[in-house]
Write a new protein. Sequence first.
Length: 108
Amino acid sequence: MSAAMVYVTCGDKSEAERVGQALVEARLAACVNIVDGMQSMFRWQGRTETDQETVLLAKTRTALVDRLTDKVRSVHSYDCPCVVALPIIDGNPEFLQWIREETQEPGS
């Protein structure tokens, strides 16, 4: 099993908690971390914007990233939410096993 950390930005802590809860309950993520108070600068619809956001980091199986992305899109308030998966190339074997045990088998 290969694992991934999925980076998601949310409008505020409440939204990050709602998205995170949906991912963990659906067993699309073993756990999420929520980091509040991030300042973002970005271009959107032809303008440069600055806003406060909350980061959500989800640990999951690589094979579940597409389903996790679909779930985020279904519960997120943004038209185009940031969902970016980064491979976990190594780590504590027991922790990586825990991710496997706490996420659903793809296709189930």
